[in-house]
Design a protein around this ligand. Structure first.
Ligand code: ARG
Ligand code: GLU
Length: 715
């Protein structure tokens, strides 16, 4: 008995540690509330999530494609990160009116600028639809039949939820398809830029500081949601008015100290906490290192050109940030997993799991063969995954190939249209219009990228696995250099002028494009992967998903003393912890907060990533921090905590025990990026921009203090 208890403790502890977990808000009351209270939370579970009354969930939104934003005034003002508003800010900028470089602040509502394509999504309600999704499943069904039946059921549930209202809806699997939930949403499309600091402050520290603590950038931007006269979503219109939210967050100027309760409410994108040792092995020993190696080459080439002038900087800024962000995260993740012997830890968990089933031989047998199946599936999957990574990271890292791939899509639909079949031509054409000819595309930069990427491809990919047309072209042109010259000298796709002319009447010019050398090569490459790699990959991914679903079920059945949270999947979650410091490398201890003094200190190194405009240094010299200063008169810039967060949590409100906003989540520490695979409470930290720094920037730096009048400040 004692042994069993000990085992349970060990097992439980290895799966869910203090502060770990991303919880579904509608289940907080049942699962976490006691624990949250114990840790200091002062409000009720209904204040976090309710469908009958206004609650915090009405002030937390999906921002654009993959960030979070929070409502901070009853006039629809929202706060998110600078890096979340980045692509919208870039989209509104020109070299003459460079809001990225100079920042922007509306001085009244008429100066707020509409951002095309940007949306803000609220969750109206969440519903457990597991039984409905599993309806009509027959035990005799094959995996394929199960899949198609659940798909149909999901579509029907979504359709039903959208009937007779202006809402949207989606169903998502949880716990690897053991549970399903419906999310009914309201999507606003008239979103306007209110303000953003200059890039040198919003992204202060650049790639040097990204994913690293200590941090000093004011990573925020502000937007406003506009609605029609009924306070409902509407396309952009001059008649629209600021949205009146059901709830908006009060903002505390009191800050937070070590040990204080904190909670993050947002939309974490993806975690994989329940992987087996075989998956972790593949991830840290193959996928991460290969992707990192290839990205490093692309990044160096892009950086070289971006330094040349403002036009090129603006052209590649968004892409560079995206490529660099994952690159750096993967390198940190790799190191963290290695340092903590992740594979051995997972192996031990698997052994412990089987030991748990000692008294249930049938189950034990079932699960030990499950692990053998995992092992075999990953052994078969690994080489395919490698091929696929070379395709996506090398070839699709070149805009020439990507644009041609885009065109293939357009022409496929065009052919359907010409044959009088059902088609999405208009839609696909509209979606690709901004890309063809590529708005942010420089032929010479892309040519360099193409040479370098083909070079890696030729060196790393076995001849027998190469698309044969590419292989023969490489033979004819004696390698990547001359082949690239040929492509970029003769293709219209990679020539903005020619592409513009052809694109003006795509239907008429389809023939010309289809005989374009870039197009022909890209078609052959896609055809190869579609035939020789993708079907097999899909096959193994399905198999692994099925195994993972069974494993997850087994874990939920055996681990009784701890609650297992579902992996992040882009849906609304609450995570809570406390403000906490940590120990880094031997001999290094990190304090839990930073101040503006540190920004100035970094700036004085003269390094490019730490440049700021003189105005900030002048204001610093005056030390006019007013109501934003901490007790000792310093302006705090950021703090860290033990909240379990991931990509997508950027822009999330960070709240104190009373539910007041104390900051905006924007990053994690380098040592802790492994938390997507294995959270470790000793050193996994989320990084929060202190809201007092944000407000000081708005008020003192930008002179837009009028915005504070619509906020509820708690002093
Ligand atoms: N690492 C942060 C997040 O994952 C911020 C990324 C944007 N900043 C940058 N320097 N690339 O998304
Ligand atoms: N910067 C991330 C984002 O854009 C958040 C950091 C993380 O991955 O935890 O969502």
């Amino acid at each position: 008995m004692k042994n069993k208890l000990l085992l349970l403790l060990v097992l439980g502890a290895s799966f869910v540690k203090a502060d770990e977990g991303m919880w579904m808000p509608q289940l907080i009351d049942a699962l976490n509330f006691k624990d949250m209270k114990k840790n200091g939370f002062k409000l009720s579970a209904q204040q976090i999530y309710s469908i009958n009354k206004a609650s915090m969930k009405d002030a937390v939104a999906i921002f654009g494609g993959g960030c979070t934003a929070e409502v901070i005034s009853n006039k629809g003002l929202i706060l998110t990160n600078h890096h979340c508003g980045f692509s919208s800010i870039v989209g509104l900028s020109t070299v003459e009116n460079d809001y990225l470089k100079n920042g922007y602040f509306a001085m009244n509502q008429s100066q707020e600028i509409f951002c095309k394509g940007l949306s803000v999504t609220f969750i109206k309600r969440i519903e457990d639809v597991t039984a409905k999704v599993m309806m009509n499943l027959n035990p005799a069904f094959s995996e394929k039949q199960i899949d198609s039946t659940t798909q149909v059921n999901m579509k029907n549930i979504e359709k039903e939820a959208k009937k007779d209202n202006h809402y949207d809806a989606f169903v998502r699997p949880f716990y690897y398809g053991n549970d399903y939930y419906l999310f009914v949403t309201e999507v606003f499309k008239d979103i306007r830029l209110v303000g953003a600091p200059p890039e040198s402050i919003g992204k202060f520290g650049g790639e040097t500081d990204n994913w690293v603590w200590p941090r000093h950038n004011a990573d925020f931007s502000m937007f406003r949601i506009y609605a029609n006269s009924k306070n409902e979503p509407s396309e952009f219109s001059a008649d629209n008015v600021p949205y009146t939210p059901a709830y908006s967050f009060p903002i505390s100027l009191k800050g937070a100290e070590k040990g204080d309760f904190t909670m993050v409410y947002g939309f974490p994108g993806r975690t994989q906490e329940y992987l087996t040792s075989y998956a972790v092995d593949l991830l840290m020993n193959q996928q991460d290192p290969v992707r990192v190696k290839i990205r490093e080459i692309r990044l160096n080439l892009m950086a070289e050109d971006m330094k040349k002038n403002d036009t090129l900087h603006l052209m590649y800024a968004n892409r560079y940030a995206g490529v660099a962000n994952a690159y750096k995260k993967w390198s940190g993740e790799m190191l963290g997993l290695k340092k903590t012997n992740a594979i051995a830890t997972k192996k031990k968990m698997e052994a412990d799991f089987l030991k748990q089933l000692e008294n249930d031989p049938a189950k034990k047998e079932k699960y030990s063969s499950l692990f053998k199946q995992f092992e075999k599936a990953y052994a078969d999957y690994a080489p395919l995954s490698l091929q696929y990574d070379y395709f996506t990271e090398c070839l699709l890292g070149v805009d020439g190939f990507r644009m041609a791939g885009n065109l293939m899509n357009v022409f496929n639909e065009l052919k359907k249209k010409q044959a009088g079949r059902d088609n999405k031509f208009a839609l696909v054409l509209k979606e690709s219009t901004p890309y063809i000819p590529f708005k942010n595309f420089n032929k010479l930069t892309d040519k360099k990228l193409c040479k370098a990427m083909l070079d890696v491809f030729v060196k790393e990919v076995d001849k027998s696995l190469m698309p044969s047309y590419l292989d023969s072209l490489l033979d004819i042109y004696k390698g990547p250099d001359q082949l690239t010259d040929f492509l970029y000298n003769n293709s219209s796709i990679v020539d903005n002028q020619k592409a513009k002319v052809m694109y003006a009447d795509l239907e008429k010019n389809a023939d010309l494009y289809e005989h374009d050398p870039m197009y022909m090569l890209t078609s052959a490459i896609y055809a190869h992967y579609q035939k020789a790699v993708i079907p097999q990959i899909t096959y193994y991914e399905h198999e692994i998903a099925d195994l993972q679903r069974e494993y997850m079920q087994g874990l939920r059945e055996t681990i009784k003393d701890k609650k297992l949270y579902p992996d992040a999947n882009g849906t609304l979650r609450v995570t809570y912890g406390k403000v906490a410091d940590y120990k880094g490398k031997d001999g290094i201890e990190y304090r839990h907060y930073t101040t503006l003094d540190g920004l100035v200190e970094k700036n004085s190194t003269g390094e490019e990533d730490f440049y700021v405009k003189p105005r900030l240094l002048e204001l610093y010299a005056k030390k006019d921090f007013g109501q934003y200063a901490d007790k000792s008169g310093h302006l705090r810039t950021a703090f860290i905590g033990s909240n379990h967060t991931t990509g997508g949590n950027s822009g999330s409100p960070v709240l104190n025990a009373k539910g007041e906003l104390i900051g905006t989540n924007f990053d994690r520490n380098w040592e802790g990026t492994m938390s997507d695979i294995m959270y470790n409470p000793a050193f996994c930290r989320n990084i929060t921009l202190d809201v007092r720094f944000t407000l000081w920037m708005v008020d003192k730096y930008a002179g837009a203090g009028y915005l504070l009048n619509e906020m509820k400040l708690v002093k």
